[in-house]
Design a protein around this ligand. Structure first.
Ligand SMILES: Nc1ncnc2c1ncn2[C@@H]1O[C@H](COP(=O)(O)OP(=O)(O)OP(=O)(O)O)[C@@H](O)[C@H]1O
Ligand SMILES: [Mg+2]
Length: 248
């Protein structure tokens, strides 16, 4: 009989770089925390960190994923808390770009800390290399982030197909950076994106200057911004609540 999951291990992936995986990890993580969930962001971009800056926690990051998986430190000592969203935690990526995590070590880490967190959000590097494979082997489901342009959508479709082959059947889709005007879309419409990726749409994030500035500067979004509202909708849907998707 399968193990009853105590916590949720969600892979955040895209195929194409720059689609918004890290941005989604941070602000979706924040929305889950505001629902009372304990969230750990696990950063897989070996050698290329960004979440520590986005969380305003770069000063406090001493240990990293490699230290934890290789047993040099305790997982809880290695995690750092977000400066602007208490309760949102990060296990920073390995500083060593050559670090190749093993799926079994990652699974063991999740088993050992599953009572401490309700959600693990794994922020994967771009592409379909080791970071993707190891995360897919340790996650129990995935969120694919795509921007509405032909290359991102094709890469997201490829990624969703690979996830399915890896046994992750319940992949959800977030469309990020939806342009303000339909005439600015580089694909026919949202339905075309959903059809090609072949995953259930769980949220749509608009193109948003404030979101770009907040993520670059490592700060929160204003509570009444459209993006915050969208991330809260996604968090609610992940928790099984029915929140209609308001698509312009
Ligand atoms: N909805 C949005 N509106 C405006 N800018 C956005 C939006 N989402 C992400 N961005 C910006 O796009 C850039 C890439 O985002 P992000 O770093 O989250 O992507 P990524 O998929 O994690 O990239 P990588 O593949 O390099 O890890 C950042 O400058 C971010 O601020
Ligand atoms: Mg990233």
């Amino acid at each position: 009989m399968g193990r009853m999951p105590v916590s949720h291990i969600r892979l955040i992936t895209s195929g194409k770089g720059g689609a918004g995986k890290s941005t989604v990890s941070v602000y979706l993580g924040g929305a889950l925390v505001r629902r009372g969930k304990r969230v750990l962001l696990v950063e897989m971009d070996a050698g290329l960190r960004s979440l520590d800056i986005m969380l305003g926690a770069n000063e406090s990051a001493v240990f990293d994923l490699a230290d934890v998986l290789d047993g040099r430190t305790d997982p809880l000592r290695a995690s750092v808390e977000c400066a602007w969203q208490p309760g949102l935690w990060l296990l920073p990526a390995a500083a060593d770009a050559a670090f190749l995590p093993k799926a079994e070590a990652l699974r063991r880490f999740f088993r050992e800390t599953e009572k401490v967190y309700d959600y693990f959000l794994i922020d994967t590097p771009a592409g379909l290399g080791n970071g993707f494979e190891v995360s897919a082997a340790a996650a129990d489901s995935a969120i694919v982030v795509a921007t509405p342009d032909p290359v991102s959508v094709r890469d997201a479709a490829k990624t969703a197909g690979l996830l399915f082959e890896r046994g992750l059947a319940d992949t959800k889709l977030i469309v990020n950076r939806l342009p303000e005007k339909p005439s600015q879309m580089l694909v026919p419409d949202l339905d075309a994106v959903i059809d090609e990726v072949g995953a259930q749409l769980i949220g749509v994030i608009p193109e948003d200057k404030e979101l770009m500035q907040a993520s670059a500067g490592g700060g929160p979004l204003s509570p009444d911004s459209l993006a915050v509202w969208e991330f809260e909708g996604i968090a609610a849907r992940m928790e099984g609540c029915y929140v209609p998707l308001a698509i312009r």
